[in-house]
Design a protein. Sequence first.
Length: 218
Amino acid sequence: MSAGDSSSSSSAEAAGRPPLSQVLPPLILGTATFNTQYHRDPARMPCRAIVRRALEHDIAAFDTSPYYGPSETLLGDALRALRPAPARDGYFLITKAGRIAADEFDYSPAWIRYSVCRSLDRLGTPYLDLVYMHDVEFVADPDVVVAAVAELRRLRDRGLPTWRSPSSAAPASRSTPSCPTATTACRTPAWAAPTCSTASAPPASTACSTPACSAWAC
């Protein structure tokens, strides 16, 4: 963790919740290698066996990111394939938002929201345990960072990420999220809501299939 840990811990304690340092498992399996940056064809990696072996050895936390190519999708597939299926509260999922490519970043509220929704879909989960703003130190404008943190707080209050962080974290109580629901079909990306017109939107060609991102108000 980085420089914000002490302030995050203070706010957590003030809210009557344990600091993130007391919640994070001691070992976390990073899945950045489920990625074309490391393997010519990540789909041929034994991702399911890796995830299963990790859980067998009590490594019950997984770190991923949309920036890591197909990592979220491969991790989600591996978790869904486990038999018997583990309870969702039996493992800790960490992902990130904001970094799109090596030289492309978007920390706008609309993109943060869209990215979280997409991660829920890829990972096959109703909530995320922790969401980082990925490499936000490259952003020069503090207003951009503040707006991104505010959006993560809003999503956290909906129960989608239970913690949010710009490379540190502030906690939220875990609860059953009001959105998404398994029966809610998503055909409208979150950023398409008219009240989101002031926020930058993902490319129009980007499809949204997750129930979580059906047109929220900003």
